[in-house]
Write a protein that binds this ligand. Structure first.
Ligand code: NAI
Length: 250
């Protein structure tokens, strides 16, 4: 288990699924976890689930620029720095291009991609304070390989992948010690994906493309996020870590 004792970690989308599993792992590794989500009830349940500790819940919508400015001021005032930023909040859309309205397209881009830009823009000064800050951005295998009826999601997650590389290079040029890497899960069992996997026919079809023949667990993604955020990966920046049971190796 990596050691995050004394480190300040912000996770978006922390009320559910991969974000929640990641919050639990960081808390167990000694971090002070700042859980961000727009779901107030889920956020409080997640915070209580972490037990006694210095953790905090910050409720806001990650697409809201003013909310990011406020969150950055709050973190600066309370902690004076941020050691790890996990941009995880997001969701998919499974519609043909013809059936996708411009508003739907914009909402997928906003939650999955605009949020990563806003978080990076406003939190980078705090991430630079320790000289070893880390950003982990949630993409997907859909940021690397496409599929029909996922146009807006593929565009957003592909954007996250390239924005992460640009962030990594910009930070390296600045010499601020901040690393940025993206993470690319395949099919993972979470509330987001559960409805699809509940249909045995859908699950069977999805698993046909997964050499390891099983759906991944949120904790498996959380472990990889801790690796990318910690000192064990200190020579990694601008790269992408795929956890997909071998799906994209074929
Ligand atoms: P989830 O639905 O279990 O959790 C997502 C969390 O993000 C929720 O708590 C939700 O309230 C929060 N959220 C959504 N929009 C928000 C907004 N505008 N502002 C603040 N919070 C917001 O989903 P899951 O599966 O844990 O997904 C997490 C990330 O992993 C997403 O970015 C998703 O695209 C990505 N991913 C998931 C895969 C899967 O199979 N579950 C596969 C590949 C990537």
């Amino acid at each position: 288990m990596p050691d995050f004792a004394g480190r300040i970690v912000l996770i978006t989308g922390a009320a559910s699924g991969i974000g929640l599993a990641t919050a639990r792992r960081f808390a167990a590794a000694g971090a002070t976890v700042l859980l961000a989500d727009r779901n107030a009830e889920g956020l409080q349940a997640a915070l209580q689930g972490l037990g006694v500790g210095p953790h905090e819940a910050i409720q806001f919508d990650v697409t809201d620029e003013a909310a990011w400015i406020t969150a950055a001021k709050r973190i600066a005032g309370t902690h004076g720095r941020l050691d790890v930023l996990v941009n995880n909040a997001g969701f998919g859309s499974f519609k043909s291009i013809a059936d996708t309205s411009l508003d739907q397209w914009r909402s997928i881009l906003a939650v999955n991609l605009d949020s990563v830009f806003l978080a990076t823009k406003y939190l980078l000064p705090l991430l630079a304070v320790s000289g070893r800050g880390a950003i982990v951005n949630m993409s997907s295998i859909r940021g690397i390989v496409a599929a029909p009826n996922t146009g807006s999601y593929c565009a957003a997650k592909g954007g996250v992948r390239m924005f992460t590389k640009a962030t990594a290079l910009e930070c390296a040029a600045l010499g601020n010690g901040v690393r940025a890497n993206s993470i690319h899960p395949g099919h993972i069992a979470t509330p987001l994906s559960a409805p699809a996997y509940a249909d045995p026919k859908v699950a069977e079809k999805l698993l046909a493309d997964v050499p390891l023949r099983r759906i991944g667990e949120a904790t498996e993604i959380a472990d990889a996020i801790l690796f990318l955020a910690g000192d064990e990966s200190r020579y990694m920046t601008g790269t992408e870590l795929v956890l997909d049971g071998g799906a994209t190796a074929q």
